[in-house]
Design a protein around this ligand. Structure first.
Ligand code: BGC
Length: 820
């Protein structure tokens, strides 16, 4: 079903809501439009032409297949299927062969991608997915002969092995060109590089049919100096049966099919990962133990079995997405909330900022700040995973309450290269934890014993970790009594203590300033907001004395902000290492920043005396554009080492006056707190992909997911997107839309309902699973209001206030909320 949006440009694709798919209609999208496979530990990234790679847990240390970032042509390396019909050949996924297809589409769905192609009356369909609880990519290929005559077709599969450590694979050629080893048995091509020494894992690529040939050496398959677009083996129609020893190992199957008119045949390819115990590594001398691979293959040795697994994956996703669904008069809002935003939330939660088309999978692991924030969009879907993640993050916290900025998923140890001192990091742990408890009612997470700094001897309960996070802020205050910024706060690029003149240095880890002067108003607002959450939590668990003591710190901070951080029409951003104001009308550039407006407003600082109202008006006046709200204005026009990386970007990009979508929801939330439903919605739709279909060409990034950054008004090409998929924008937008626009917000006692919507929305229906009960909620807005009071009834019984008390309910319930 094609979307009926009349403002949709559809140059490259369209939504198919019925199937929860985005349909891409050309292999030549402006950037590779990717999807993610896998929901637990084993993941793949896959573009609309099957480019990308897969890995087990850690895209740096356990990468199975090679991908070339920054390649020419773009998007090189993937799971390729070449179809050869007489002297013609093409790619079943649209590329890398350049032969023009008669028909092509790629359907990115929830955890799978499906490629349809046809040429010369031969139709192919490749369905790629990672089955639940399986460490393998499945590529199911169906070939159909739509001609009137019998066809003899050659199929060649292709993947290239990565030698496991992706960073080393791209650098250490003097060693790597000598180490590759493979084994071949039947139709399975095994990759066992370094297995002879310290590794106890191998990869394999198999197909459920007898082979007519194979290749495992890349140059033999491609032919000298050729690219993936026209491998020599495919051109001549016969595999070389090459056996890789060193150089670049690949896996390619050659299969000859004979298809009668109208006949279809299917081939099930399995690209798997096996880990064996050290005691069971070998079958015999130098022969790997293949039994676990063979066991896995029996699960996927027929088309029926494979489709059955796909069915399970589809049902898994349908069930997950049913936990929260909405029906408003706006289809684009419904599509974002019901399908794509939730899907992106799962992906960002799973992968943090590690592997995407923009993140190489070797640089960044799991970010402390990023992953804590990611939980707020995902906790309603799989709360158990969020619980485990929060505890993992907690275990990388240091004893003084600070945190490693990142950790590697495989080791779960803080990343020493980057270290800590990003002073906003600690308080995000309070956000994720309190939000988790409000969703689940599970206070037991607080009693979990968690190590500090990855060290066994330092173990305290998780509550202690939150307390230390809180204390870290007040133990690190600057000259005005505002929190010290450290290397950076949320804005990684505002580096007020790192003065670098040397292009070979990192902007963030070169610490030259005294670091006890520069202060962050963003962290101050964050401390008031999440500090208050900490106080509420203390009260919930009966730590009244601690709550009272903590409250005093918060009150003091609130006063300090009012005294030292109000600039007249908006909140300052920071004080630099020399005590100078940043984000003040007195500055010539960088007069106003979004982060401090967002956090001080969400914390309600100046709510009663008009400061919040005034700050938001200033955001609207100075930062809002047609494409979203910019991070700062005016942009910095030259590099200033006292500001750091922010001033390194050309104006309009990234943190230098780009539209950094991540923080737009902070303003959306603040607007709803003032009851401004229309303004909140206006900001929401500017960055939400379901509303951007008529901008596919300008945006360039996938029009089904949020991107981190849209170029701001000072850029060469305002409105152009970058860094799609792995961004905190996903969780924050979802949180803003569901908890503040729809206003369905978990609180300790239950579910509170406080909508702030478009006045034209007269009826909203929500299905919400919450703490074991299923609520059908109807929000009626007979007077066309944006916000205000509501009257509530549950199963026909009127209720005082606006909270559904969770302890009273399980099973199915009908809630009617009327805005009055
Ligand atoms: C990082 C975030 C950071 C943001 C703003 C992103 O690339 O992942 O941690 O808050 O940039 O600097």
């Amino acid at each position: 079903m094609q979307s009926s949006d009349d403002d949709t440009d559809q140059t490259y694709g369209y939504f198919d809501d019925q199937n929860y798919e985005y349909v891409i209609t050309t292999p030549y999208t402006p950037t590779p439009w990717i999807n993610y496979l896998g929901s637990n530990e084993f993941y793949g990234i896959i573009s609309n032409t099957a480019g990308g790679y897969c890995f087990d847990r850690d895209p740096k240390f356990r990468r199975l297949t090679r991908y070339r970032y920054n390649s020419v042509p773009l998007d090189s390396g993937g799971r390729y299927f070449y179809i050869r019909d007489e002297n013609d050949f093409w790619s079943a996924t649209g590329r890398p062969a350049t032969t023009q297809l008669d028909q092509y589409s790629c359907r990115h769905g929830m955890g799978y991608s499906r490629f349809n192609a046809s040429k010369n009356g031969i139709a192919t369909q490749v369905t790629s997915f990672i089955p639940l609880d399986t460490k393998a990519e499945i590529h199911s290929l169906v070939v159909t002969n739509h001609t009137q005559s019998t066809k003899s077709i050659d199929v060649f599969s292709f993947i290239e092995w990565c030698l496991w450590n992706a960073e080393d694979d791209g650098a250490n050629f003097q060693r790597n060109l000598s180490t590759a080893e493979v084994e071949i048995e039947g139709s399975t091509l095994y990759h066992k590089t370094e297995y002879r020494e310290r590794r106890n894992h191998y990869g394999f690529y198999s197909v459920n049919r007898q082979l007519d040939g194979y290749d495992t050496n890349r140059e033999s398959f491609l032919g000298p100096y050729r690219g993936f677009d026209r491998p020599e083996v495919v051109e001549k129609g016969q595999a070389n049966n090459s056996f890789a020893r060193g150089w670049s190992p690949i896996a390619s199957h050659h299969l000859k099919l004979e298809l009668a008119p109208g006949e279809s045949q299917s081939l099930e390819f399995v690209l798997g990962y096996i880990e064996v115990s050290v005691d069971h590594k070998w079958h015999s001398k130098n022969v790997i133990n293949k039994q676990p691979a063979k066991d896995m293959l029996t699960r996927f040795d027929s088309h029926e079995k494979v489709m059955d697994e796909l069915g399970k994956l589809n049902r898994y996703w349908r069930t997950l997405l049913c936990k929260f669904s909405v029906e408003t008069p706006d289809d684009k809002f419904n599509r974002a909330i019901n399908i794509w935003n939730q899907y992106q939330n799962m992906v960002t939660f799973n992968l943090s900022r590690s592997a995407s088309f923009y993140e190489s999978g070797i640089g960044r692991g799991i970010g402390f700040r990023d992953s804590n924030q990611d939980t707020i969009g995902f906790v309603h879907m799989v709360p158990e995973k969020v619980r485990a993640r929060i505890l993992d993050l907690s275990s990388t916290q240091k004893f003084d309450g600070s945190a490693y900025h990142q950790y590697q998923p495989l080791t779960k140890k803080g990343n020493a290269n980057i270290g800590g001192n990003f002073n906003d990091d600690p308080m995000w742990l309070v956000l994720s934890t309190t939000n988790y408890i409000k969703e689940t009612g599970d206070f037991s997470i607080l009693q979990e014993m968690v190590i500090y700094d990855g060290q066994e001897q330092a173990t305290h309960d998780h509550f202690d970790h939150l307390l230390r996070a809180f204390m870290h802020v007040i133990n690190n205050l600057g000259p005005h009594g505002l929190p010290l910024i450290g290397r950076a706060d949320w804005n990684d690029c505002l580096n007020l203590n790192c003065f670098s003149d040397d292009p070979n240095e990192s902007f963030q880890t070169t610490q030259v300033g005294a670091s006890d002067v520069a202060e962050s108003v963003m962290i101050a607002g964050q401390f008031v907001l999440y500090g208050q959450e900490f106080v509420d939590l203390c009260q919930q668990v009966g730590k009244i004395e601690l709550a009272n003591r903590s409250m005093k710190h918060i009150e003091k901070m609130r006063k300090t902000i009012e005294q030292h951080a109000w600039d007249g029409e908006w909140y300052l951003r920071a004080y630099d290492s020399r005590g100078k104001k940043i984000g003040s009308h007195k500055n010539s550039e960088g007069k106003i920043f979004i982060e401090s407006q967002g956090f001080c407003a969400m914390a309600g600082i100046g709510l009663n005396d008009g400061k919040v109202e005034q700050a938001l008006r200033s955001v609207d006046k100075h930062l809002a554009t047609d494409f979203g709200i910019m991070l700062n204005q005016p942009a910095y026009s030259q590099y200033d080492k006292y500001l750091g990386e922010i001033s390194s970007y050309p104006p309009g990009y990234k943190e230098n006056a780009g539209i950094f979508c991540h923080n737009n929801p902070w303003i959306i939330i603040a607007e709803t707190m003032l009851g401004h439903g229309e303004k909140a919605f206006e900001y929401y739709r500017k960055i939400t992909p379901t509303y951007l279909q008529n901008r596919q060409t300008l945006l360039k990034t996938e029009p089904y997911v949020y991107c981190q950054m849209i170029a701001g008004k000072d850029a060469a090409n305002p409105g152009e997107g970058k860094n799609s998929w792995l961004t905190g924008t996903a969780a924050w937008s979802y949180y803003a839309a569901t908890q503040y626009i729809l206003g369905i917000r978990p609180v300790y006692q239950g579910l509170s309902i406080a909508p702030c919507v478009l006045p034209s929305w007269k009826l909203i229906r929500v299905q919400r699973e919450f703490r074991g009960a299923q609520y059908s909620i109807e929000i009626h807005n007979p007077h066309g209001l944006s916000s205000g009071k509501i009257t509530l009834s549950i199963d026909g019984q009127p209720v005082e206030g606006n909270v559904i008390s969770s302890s009273s309910f399980n099973g199915q319930h009908t809630v009617i909320a009327t805005m009055v």
